[in-house]
Design a protein around this ligand. Structure first.
Ligand code: CUA
Length: 348
């Protein structure tokens, strides 16, 4: 596609311009949502505004300096037969100007920078929604102390309410990165780091671990689901009901046979040792992600697979083949057993 577009451009200049247009088209496009150039929250907006300010000053300096340089090159260029030019040694006025002007420009950048540093490091008040973020090799645990809820890899937040993140790690250093809402912050074992943001635009936003943390660092993604406050409350209410057995449905009239089979296998195969199926009062320090609402998530295995029945069964049967090195072992689950576990996990 790229080559075809470039191929249409005839001269070298138009090729260069076409390439530049393509590169610029990539900046901030909705097609590349993992970008810091499309802020969707106040924290990210502060950083983006600061970037804009700095780039504007840099552009002004570039145009002025290059303009003066080009003017000097053409206006004062040497011609054949010119005499030796007049030699100048020092010019106090010019030296004062080129010292004071850059100092003023740096001050104009420093003031908003320092302000942004203080703003983004402020500690949120009590009205903020606290979410505890725990990095694990290679997934994210999210705990909501206010609602006593735990989930994994997909963080639901209400729009318009500040979210206060209290972050740590269960093992090595990770970095929690929410490009469109906030920034990157490293997370450590035995040390708390903090970040905050307020989601201002509804949507489903990707993020990922931004600190190399082992072989599957690249598959340690997460999502932020920014919802209308009433939808967020509905999610909370739904999460609080998870744990109770679903009623028999029309799809499974025979008393949810597959579901019951899956429930037994969840214990028999040892899944229960690492995963909780209840979101409320989930114990801290579980080895694997909380699976209470796994059926409703967009992705499996921290952004590795789209969440479909087929992929979930594949994942249960061969986690090591899909995400080598992951803590979940291959348990020798048959296809029929995997189907039953899928029915249980997805609450069918
Ligand atoms: Cu966790 Cu990279």
């Amino acid at each position: 596609m790229l080559l075809r577009i470039v191929g249409r451009c005839s001269s070298r200049w138009t090729t260069a311009l076409c390439l530049l247009a393509l590169v610029l088209a990539g900046c901030g496009s909705e097609q590349y949502p993992q970008t810091t150039l499309l802020p969707r929250g106040d924290f990210a907006k502060i950083a983006d505004d600061l970037l804009d300010t700095t780039v504007r000053w840099a552009l002004l300096v570039f145009v002025l300096v290059e303009g003066v340089l080009l003017y000097a090159i053409f206006r004062f260029r040497g011609r054949p037969g010119d005499p030796e030019p007049h030699q100048t040694h020092g010019n106090t006025t010019v030296e004062i100007i080129w010292t004071v002007v850059p100092a003023l420009i740096l001050a104009a950048i420093a003031v908003p920078t320092v302000r942004a540093i203080f703003q983004t490091n402020a500690v949120p008040g009590k009205e903020a929604l606290t979410i505890e973020v725990v990095g694990h090799q290679w997934w994210w645990e999210f705990r909501y102390p206010e609602y006593n809820l735990t989930t994994a890899n997909e963080m639901h937040v209400p729009m318009g309410r500040m979210v206060s993140l209290r972050m740590g790690s269960n093992d090595v250093i990770h970095s929690f990165w929410v490009p469109q809402f906030a920034a990157k912050r490293d997370v450590f074992a035995n040390r708390e780091t903090r970040m905050w943001f307020t989601a201002q635009v509804e949507g489903d936003y990707p993020g990922q671990c931004a600190e190399f943390c082992g072989i599957q660092h690249g598959r340690m993604a997460h999502r932020i689901k920014a919802q209308k406050p009433e939808e967020f409350q509905a999610w909370v209410a739904h999460m609080q009901t998870l744990g109770a057995k679903p009623a028999a449905t029309a799809a499974a009239p025979a008393g949810n046979a597959k579901y019951t089979e899956g429930e037994k296998l969840f214990t028999a195969k040892g899944c229960i040792a690492c995963h909780s199926m209840v979101a409320v009062n989930s114990p801290k320090g579980m080895v694997g992600p909380n699976l209470a609402n796994v059926g409703a998530r967009s992705y499996l295995a921290a952004g590795t697979l789209k969440n479909t029945d087929e992929n979930l069964a594949r994942w249960i049967r061969d986690p090591q083949g899909i995400k080598k090195g992951v803590l979940m072992p291959n348990l020798g689950v048959t296809e029929a057993e995997a189907q039953a576990l899928v029915a249980y996990l997805r609450r069918k």
